[in-house]
Design a protein around this ligand. Structure first.
Ligand SMILES: NC(=O)c1ccc[n+]([C@@H]2O[C@H](COP(=O)([O-])OP(=O)(O)OC[C@H]3O[C@@H](n4cnc5c(N)ncnc54)[C@H](OP(=O)(O)O)[C@@H]3O)[C@@H](O)[C@H]2O)c1
Length: 297
């Protein structure tokens, strides 16, 4: 099978491209620099130099492939349009990478939400994530243009990627700050809860979806959840630091940036991925982000 992967030098796309190449598939990966192209080639992935704005390149690569994994940027509408144009009428799979902040709230770490979003039910999305939701919709609607399209909506991904970029976001942001200062910090008291998934389980789900996700489908990619306070406690145990300390929104924004605090580190995002288990037979193996942090982060 010939598979075209965008984001092939990144955390998510790199993990998927590596797994596909190792299983004997012929993988071509979009890459922006000569240096990363050389490193991809060394990992058995054929580099395609270009960017998400090169619509012709994306459509041409999609047309020539048996399947496409779009894992560079959940918010890039033009790239999704170009990939769909290339695949239209073929019945081939297009897996698009989205992110579960489409249902996050604004909590500034102050409370644990009791709202849980299920992928086999309808739900409202966060106004701040309009662009991301529009890309998801476009991809799902590509079913009507003869594409076996699916949206994989990932929660907080943890674990080391086997691609060129080993680190995710969120946990590494907290760890980086803690190791620099000797104190683990949360936004407010860190009562806010996020669902999560290990990168290896996420890769397995993409492989299942490539084989059998129905056209127009949507999956939350999750296997467990934890509050940021629990995550911070695990980081403290891992690096033998004291009890986590609360930061005000202003202090947290100075470290991580206002947008990261408002839309990610200070929010609740509780989802359940029932469809992947029922429809695809996905059986994730990693159950605890806090255990992983204590052993490996
Ligand atoms: N990590 C998570 O927990 C998570 C969870 C849910 C959703 N997401 C979303 O999934 C997407 C990928 O996340 P990630 O963690 O894999 O990020 P990442 O490690 O930064 O990887 C992004 C990849 O896409 C490439 N890329 C970005 N913009 C591009 C452009 N305009 N043209 C060509 N290539 C481009 C990057 O290329 P370079 O190597 O040249 O920079 C890199 O290879 C993001 O939109 C992210 O918000 C991530």
């Amino acid at each position: 099978m010939a598979i075209f992967v965008t984001g092939a030098s990144g955390y998510i796309g790199g993990a998927i491209a590596t797994a596909l190449a190792e299983s004997g598939q012929s993988v071509r990966g979009l890459v922006r620099t000569e240096e990363k192209a050389r490193r991809l080639a060394a990992a058995g992935i054929v580099p395609v130099l270009g960017t998400l704005d090169d619509a012709e390149t994306l459509a041409r690569e999609a047309r020539a492939a048996d399947a496409v994994v779009n894992a560079a940027d959940s918010d890039h509408l033009g790239a999704a349009e170009a990939l769909i144009d290339g695949l239209a009428g073929s019945g081939k799979p297009l897996l698009h990478t989205s992110g579960s902040s489409i249902v996050s709230d604004i909590a500034n770490g102050e409370f644990a939400s009791d709202r849980i979003f299920y992928d086999d039910d309808s739900f409202d999305t966060a106004p701040a994530r309009k662009q991301r939701v529009a890309v998801d919709r476009l991809v799902r609607d590509a079913a009507g243009r003869g594409v076996r399209s699916a949206v994989l909506c990932n929660t907080m991904i943890y674990g080391r990627s086997r691609g060129l970029h080993a680190e995710s976001v969120q946990v590494p942001e907290l760890v980086g700050q803690a190791r620099k200062s000797g104190i683990v910090r949360t936004v407010g008291p860190g009562r806010n809860i996020w669902s999560n998934v290990h990168i290896d389980d996420m890769v397995d789900l993409y492989l299942f979806a490539l084989k059998k996700a129905p056209a127009g489908s949507f999956y939350f990619v999750e296997n467990g959840e934890a509050s940021f306070h629990q995550i911070a406690q695990a980081i403290a145990r891992r690096f033998r630091l004291g009890e986590p300390q609360a930061w005000s929104v202003e202090e947290a924004s100075n470290e991580w940036g206002g947008a990261r605090v408002l839309y990610s580190l200070g929010t609740n995002c509780r989802v359940r991925g029932r469809r992947a288990r029922v429809e695809l037979g996905w059986a994730p193996r990693h159950t605890s982000i806090t255990e992983w942090i204590e052993r490996t982060a």
